[in-house]
Design a protein around this ligand. Structure first.
Ligand code: LLP
Length: 433
């Protein structure tokens, strides 16, 4: 299927993931249900690692941005594939640690890390802390002095790139809460201060221009802008910073119209830009880090829902209501994101009509997809939503006191629960009388 080679349709016409029948999985584990294809996830990790080998001679690190989907099983699997992990909070750091990911392979992000988060990072020996602002730089310097540790840091820079994506997920432009601005001289001043901070080891710079980007050009542009800055830093201070982290953001297919370039192409083009620059300026080739999140787990995920009511409003639209909601799939409500839906038991048939898939929250905006083609469905049927591996479970909430769904990993050795379904008891666990 266009989303992933690990999705298919069996002889019964049922959607399969990793060879397993989704209709049977729904019977076994209930709905709503998040499914993850282990092979798709591993394949994505391997593609990135291979490209890192091929285009940078292995002098780089692929760090999975765990904000896309963070749980112990996924962190462990990604680490098994030799990737590092980007974490953005104490919770993600705790999960990575619980999964046994070595501190050295972790990168800690965040525009407002708390002292507790920084202390955790120092304690666990996080390999790189991406410093966002001067307050943090000074705090970390003081904290490092007290612990006797000398953490490796990168400075987050806004390269001034306006990538074509939804404004909420665009981060590289000057009006962004993340990082030091380039144009104003703020980034250069921060570099000088960081170089002077004795307790910190300034290894390099970081940028991230946004998410779900299909063009290669903005990534190449960002790389060049960052290298220009590294070259100016060398001229101003005599130090050639050895590392460049270019963030994540590569787009994935959600609907057939989406046509992402293979990740290896991004890697190849960006590496060409980096090599050309370094050749032209005689700048030492940096150790390159990338932080893909969505493109590691996104296409590996499918969510299964059970249809409740089908409401036809003549001349207006047909609502297909499912047992999930914006609480487990918030991206359409938040970003008007498009998705592909299939009737799991009739996935091979052509779509019968265009419908709106509605969630069960008490809110009109709780829609999972509007005007989407779908095979015929009746109450009790299963609907599969594709490409839900990234930013679904990780952004899920208990809005309307809805328990979060379970997640099942489907792999070569069969299927197993990796996140258990929340219970009603879980929902009141922290409530006090
Ligand atoms: N590195 C940094 C510093 C980031 O901020 C992000 C994403 C990534 C890497 C990974 O980007 P990816 O490869 O996944 O595009 N909730 C939004 C996406 C927000 C992305 C935030 N940062 C969505 O559902 O579209």
């Amino acid at each position: 299927m266009f989303v992933s080679p690990h999705l298919d349709i069996n002889s019964l016409g049922h959607l399969t993931i990793g060879g397993e029948d989704t209709v049977e999985l729904a019977e076994r584990y209930g709905t709503p249900l998040y499914l993850m294809s282990e092979e798709e996830l591993r394949d994505n990790c391997r593609q990135y690692r291979r490209s890192m080998e091929e285009f940078y001679g292995g002098r780089g690190l692929v760090a999975y941005a765990s904000k896309a989907l963070c749980c112990k099983a996924v962190c462990r699997l990604v680490a098994e594939e030799g990737l590092g992990l980007d974490v953005v909070s104490a919770g993600e750091l705790y999960t990575a640690r619980a999964a046994g990911v070595p501190g050295k392979r972790l990168i800690l992000h965040g525009n407002n890390k708390t002292p507790d988060e920084l202390a955790m990072a120092l304690d666990y020996g996080v390999g790189r802390i991406v410093v966002d602002n001067l307050t943090e730089l000074r705090l970390l310097d003081t904290m490092a002095a007290a612990t006797g540790k000398r953490p490796g840091i990168l400075l987050r820079v806004k390269p001034g790139i306006d990538a074509h994506t939804h404004s909420f997920i665009r981060t590289g432009q000057i009006d962004s809460k993340f990082g030091f601005a380039l144009e104003t001289g703020e980034a250069m001043a921060a570099v000088k201060e960081a170089l002077a901070a004795k307790e910190l080891e300034l290894r390099g710079l970081h940028c991230h221009i946004g998410s779900q980007i299909f063009d290669i050009q903005p990534f190449c542009h960002a790389a060049r802008v960052m290298l220009e800055l590294m070259d100016s830093i060398r001229r101003a201070t005599g130090t050639a910073l050895p590392e460049l982290d270019l963030g994540g953001g590569f787009g994935i297919p959600y609907i057939p119209d989406n046509d992402p370039v293979p990740y290896s192409r991004y890697m190849e083009e960006v590496s060409r830009t980096v090599k050309e620059f370094c050749g032209e300026r005689d700048f030492p080739m940096p150790f390159v880090i990338i932080e893909p999140g969505r493109s590691i787990v996104g296409t590996a995920g499918v969510t299964l829902y059970r249809v409740g009511g089908v409401k036809e409003i003549p001349g207006v639209r047909t609502y297909v209501s499912v047992d999930g909601s914006m609480a487990d799939a918030p991206r359409h409500a938040l970003y008007q994101a498009d998705y592909t839906f299939l009737a799991a038991a009739r996935a091979g048939q052509p779509p019968a009509r265009v419908v709106t898939v509605a969630g069960k929250c008490c809110e009109s905006g709780d829609l999972l997809g509007e005007n989407v083609p779908l095979q015929p469905v009746a109450p009790g049927d299963l609907v599969a939503m594709l490409s839900t591996g990234a930013y679904h479970y990780s952004m899920a909430s208990n809005y309307n006191r809805i328990p979060r769904p379970a997640m099942v990993l489907v792999g070569e050795k069969g299927h197993r629960l990796i996140i258990r379904r929340e219970t009603l008891e879980d929902l009141v666990r922290n409530d006090l009388d």
